[in-house]
Design a protein around this ligand. Structure first.
Ligand code: HEC
Ligand code: HEC
Length: 176
């Protein structure tokens, strides 16, 4: 039986089982495979942090890579061959396709809710970051947006997002 079918049941019921699910999350290791593709880091890491493919489901990556000429208001178009290479890389390693730790948690938390294009709009992300006040993020000139993962997670490039390893610029080490 897959992890998704077990947790899917827990999520669809009530708040109590949601809390049980998220407290189970706390006990499992938080990490994601680092990006090995230099091509991806060059092309998709030139404007922002090169997000690991396991942070979003395949459907979201598919929509993103099909619309790179209008990418969140920017033109991020690629050559045909780069597009094919990077799309395959994203889809093969997407959450829901790579069966381990953090990607599984992200999918389980989403349940059967709609899949957004932003990592920062996934339910798992929103839940994990709900305690952060605006003055530490949007109003913080050294962070500006939740999309800048590596502003606070200094080891984000290595795929390490542990909550005990977070430093918020201007505010210091995060101590929950
Ligand atoms: C020309 C600049 C540019 C390039 C190149 C680029 N992006 Fe983006 N991307 C943006 C901007 C701008 C945003 C919106 C950022 C914001 O709202 O803070 C964004 C947002 C995103 C987000 C959503 C982040 C969130 O908030 O959760 C994802 C996912 C993403 N890009 C993936 C990619 C991928 C994959 C590639 C390579 C194919 C890529 N980007 C290349 C400019 C770019
Ligand atoms: C403003 C700083 C900040 C930014 C930007 C940020 N995070 Fe976080 N993140 C945190 C903090 C603080 C926590 C721990 C929250 C807590 O203890 O409740 C956290 C927790 C997490 C966790 C859970 C870690 C665990 O041990 O359970 C993950 C995964 C994560 N962040 C991923 C990301 C990703 C991916 C991005 C970018 C799309 C991002 N974060 C952007 C501050 C940030």
């Amino acid at each position: 039986m897959s992890l998704l079918s077990i947790t899917g049941v827990a999520l669809s019921s009530n708040d109590e089982s949601n809390n049980a699910l998220f407290s189970w999350f706390k006990k499992t290791k938080t990490g994601i495979d680092p990006v090995e593709s230099q091509r991806y880091i060059e092309e998709c890491g030139s404007c922002h942090f090169p997000y690991q493919p396991g942070l979003l489901p395949a459907t979201s990556w598919e929509t993103i890579t099909n619309n790179l000429d209008d990418h969140f208001g920017e033109n991020a178009e690629l050559s045909e061959s780069d597009l094919n290479t990077l799309r395959n890389f994203l889809l093969n390693n997407a959450a829901g396709r790579s069966n381990y730790g953090l990607p599984n948690k992200i999918m389980a938390a989403q349940g059967d809710r709609p899949l957004p294009l932003r990592i920062t709009e996934m339910r798992y992300f929103l839940h994990e970051h709900s305690e952060l006040p605006q003055r530490m993020v949007q109003d913080n000139p050294k962070v500006k947006s939740f999309s800048n993962c590596d502003s606070c997670h200094q080891s984000a490039k290595q795929g390490l997002y542990d909550e005990h390893d977070v430093t918020i610029p201007g505010f210091g080490h995060w101590d929950d």
